[in-house]
Design a protein around this ligand. Structure first.
Ligand SMILES: [Zn+2]
Ligand SMILES: [Zn+2]
Length: 317
């Protein structure tokens, strides 16, 4: 039985809402709900059918039953995209590489009975872009931007310049360890610079509580640390797991999911070998296994909903 708190809808003003799924650990992502005159746009969905149904209920409530017509996928990871199919004919918008990567991953993770995701149907993006796309909320522009490889090769941020409001997707984990197995450490730094230059004041990140622009510096420090551990471990002939075990996480030990250091070191090693962004590293099952070994117990996916049977409205905060 899950002891996690219920998902929460946070009103950000002017028809924009953050949908937060505590505690933001593995698979528990945040989403966004944008209510326009006639329709609703979502930023990401959820990983399980039940959690996506809960998100859909929240969108119906705050959107006063307007239909979800558009879904922005910030990247291909299943926690952000597996709920797409629940919204019928909604147009799915994403970076072009998101479509490629989602197709490559397919429904593999949905077939893992331990995750109990429900009947997931793959629904790929219909409308793709490579650098920028503008949506309008009434007369207000909303910018979909790809600033470079970071968490994945295709991260899309959703930027409301008039309100200095930013949805980062998994470029930021608030209170959690960043993850770059499918992305690029060397490009992360310039992507962070581009993020800083936006001047965002309110940041809804991919996992964890709402935060602000102070979140960027620790992420940069973390990846410089990962590169340093990788350089030493690589030179000493250690495996990424051995290098992770020997490293002192220091200030970063306060973040949850610290086991991600192992997956992140695999990516750092690939970059030290001179491989291009997106070069295949160990299989994801192997990476999860090693992260579990580092942690001393298998990774936890707390995906069941606290009150699955109670068809209650989302709490408003
Ligand atoms: Zn995520
Ligand atoms: Zn992700």
């Amino acid at each position: 039985v899950s002891t996690l708190a219920d998902p929460t809808v946070v009103a950000l003003g002017g028809g924009v809402f953050a949908y937060l799924q505590p505690d933001g650990s593995w698979g528990l992502n945040n989403a966004g709900i944008i209510v326009d005159r006639a329709a609703v746009t979502l930023i990401d969905t959820a990983m399980t059918l039940a959690r996506t149904e809960r998100l859909r209920d929240a969108a119906l409530t705050v959107g006063a039953a307007r239909p979800v017509r558009t879904i922005i996928n910030t990247h291909h990871h299943p926690d952000h995209t597996y709920g797409n199919a629940l919204f019928g004919n909604a147009t799915i918008v994403a970076h072009a590489h998101c479509r490629v990567a989602a197709q490559r991953v397919g429904l593999g993770p949905a077939k893992n009975p331990a995750l109990n995701l429900g009947e997931i149907e793959l629904r790929l993006p219909d409308l793709t872009f490579k650098t920028a796309l503008q949506l309008y909320l009434g007369d207000e522009p909303i910018n979909l931007l790809h600033l470079g490889a970071a968490h994945t090769l295709e991260d899309t941020i959703v930027w409301f310049p008039e309100r200095k409001l930013l949805f980062t997707g998994d470029l930021v984990f608030s209170g959690g360890t960043p993850l770059v197995m499918d992305g690029s450490i060397r490009s992360y730094f310039s992507t962070l610079d581009a993020l800083r230059s936006l001047g965002a004041e309110t940041i809804v990140c991919g996992h964890g509580p709402i935060t602000d622009a102070a979140c960027f510096d620790p992420i940069e420090r973390y990846f410089r640390f990962v590169q340093e551990v990788a350089r030493d471990g690589f030179a000493a002939g250690k495996t990424p797991l051995e290098a992770a075990r020997a490293a002192d996480l220091g200030e970063f030990s306060a973040w949850s999911e610290s086991e991600r250091i192992v997956g992140n070191l695999h990516r750092a090693y690939s970059e030290l070998r001179g491989e291009p962004d997106g070069a295949p590293i160990a299989a994801v099952e192997q990476l999860f296994k090693e992260m579990g070994e580092y942690k001393g117990s298998p990774l936890q996916w707390n995906l069941s909903l606290p009150c699955l049977e109670a068809a209650h409205s989302p709490s408003l905060a």
